[in-house]
Every structure is written in C-alpha cells, then in structure tokens.
Design a protein around this ligand. Structure first.
Ligand SMILES: [Zn+2]
Length: 254
C-alpha cells in the first residue's frame, strides 16, 4: 500500500471521488496539511469523516505574513488544543520568496521556531516547507535538535537535499516528477530509506489537478530513477512513512 505524505484535501468539491480514486490505487493513507487557520479546523473534520485522511496542523509561512498578531495567537491556541488529534505539525517553515522584508522574514522565523518547539514537546513529526530559504531552514531545525522531519517538495539544491539527508530527515518525491521536472537528479541522491512520496494535491500541472491517486505513478518514476521495482519502492516508502508518522497510518481492518 501507498501513503501520500503531503497533500491539501480541504475545500475540494469532489473529495469523495478523490478518496475513492486513491483507494482504487491502493493509496491508503493521506496526510492533509493545513495552511490557514480555517484549514486546521477543516482537516480535523475530514479526518473524522474519512479514516484514510490524517490531519496535520500548522500555518504556512506565506500565510503568516498576511495575518495579524491576534489571528496568529488564536491560531496557535487552536493548534495547541487540537494537536492530539493530528498526526504531524505542518505545513510550517520559511518562504523567502514570499517574505521579502526583514520584518516579514523575522515573523516567519519566530513562528517556525515556535512550531519546531511545539512538535518536539508534543512528540509530533514536522512537515516543512522551504523556498529560497534552505540554509536557514536546515540550520534552525538542527539548532533545535529536530529529528522527525519531512522536507516536503524540496526545491533546494542537490547540496541542500544532501544536507537534509545528513541531518537524518526524510525528503519527498512529488508530482513534478511526472512532468519532466529537473528534480530527477536530486531524487537519485536520496537514499531509499529516507524517501517519501507526495502529491501536494491540489497543485496543478498543465491545467491538470494532482490527486493522491497519482502516488503509484510517482513511485514508478522513483523506481526508474533508483533502478528498483515498483513493489520495492512501494514497500520502502510505506515503511518510511510508518517510521516517521507511526502506525496510525495503517488502515483499520473492516
Ligand atoms: Zn503543500
């Protein structure tokens, strides 16, 4: 079976169909990451409705710079109160493409530090977003001794990917592999015991929306790059997801 380690399933009008498609493709666990305060509540509701969906709670760094102090304080309180219902803290991190001024970047740094500490105290893994900020993201995680980390859709250089690997983190192969991306070379460098699969649904490629049912196709591309069989990639990546997220992702027997 497969796991989609990073997607956003809230606010999708055809979610029943998407979950059904995933099931048909043997994608049995989907980690729906939150980006906004509203999506934290939405993901918690989804997890109650669909046993395959697991909620991650957090605020996306690009959202943080649009929120005021009160909104951030309210969101933090909500996350602290509900984190026991979540499988991970995410999506959190630094995005220096969207945050361009020092105050904006400082605000992202402060919140990211808070989320790392929260994940550590509550023993949850972290799902980390990093764009134009790889050095600092990896340094902050190392300083705080974070160990259970997924660097999702890592767009940093190959060098940064290798640094993430040295720090013991997981890196995920995503939908872009299906669209002739340049990430092949980076994925080739990721040892199979630190590799996860993700779609980042509902991201669009050529007007086509990703969905968790794409995971076996992404696994097929990884198998080609790593010169393994699809079955091996399936087993390895699911075991990696189990290591990072725990047994909760195994579907309950009916
Ligand atoms: Zn995402």
């Amino acid at each position: 079976m497969f796991a989609d380690s990073h997607c956003h399933l809230f606010e999708l009008p055809n979610l029943n169909e998407i979950v059904q498609n995933a099931r048909t493709q043997n994608v049995q666990a989907m980690l729906s990451a939150s980006t906004t305060p509203a999506s934290n509540a939405q993901n918690l509701a989804l997890r109650k409705k669909y046993p395959q969906i697991h909620a991650c709670l957090g605020i996306h760094p690009s959202e943080i710079i649009r929120m005021n102090e009160t909104e951030i304080a309210t969101a933090k309180q909500f996350i602290e109160e509900h984190l026991h219902e979540a499988i991970a803290v995410g999506e959190v991190g630094l995005d220096f493409k969207d945050a361009t001024t020092k105050p904006e970047r400082d605000r992202q740094r402060e919140l990211f530090a808070y989320f790392i500490e929260l994940a550590l105290t509550r023993q949850k893994p972290l799902i980390v977003h990093s764009r134009f900020s790889a050095d600092e993201t990896l340094r902050l995680l190392a300083e705080k001794n974070a160990s259970r980390v997924l660097m999702h859709w890592f767009t940093g250089s190959k060098l940064h990917a290798l640094q993430a690997i040295r720090q013991g983190y997981f890196v995920s192969a995503g939908s872009s592999l299906l669209f002739g991306s340049r990430s092949d070379e980076t994925i080739a460098e990721i040892p199979s015991h630190q590799l996860l699969l993700e779609t980042d649904t509902p991201v669009h490629f050529n007007h086509e929306m990703a969905e968790p049912a794409w995971i076996p196709r992404i696994a097929q591309r990884v198998s080609e790059i790593h010169q393994t069989t699809l079955k091996e990639t399936e087993t390895l990546t699911f075991n990696n997801a189990l290591k990072l997220f725990g047994k909760k992702i195994i579907p309950e027997q009916p």
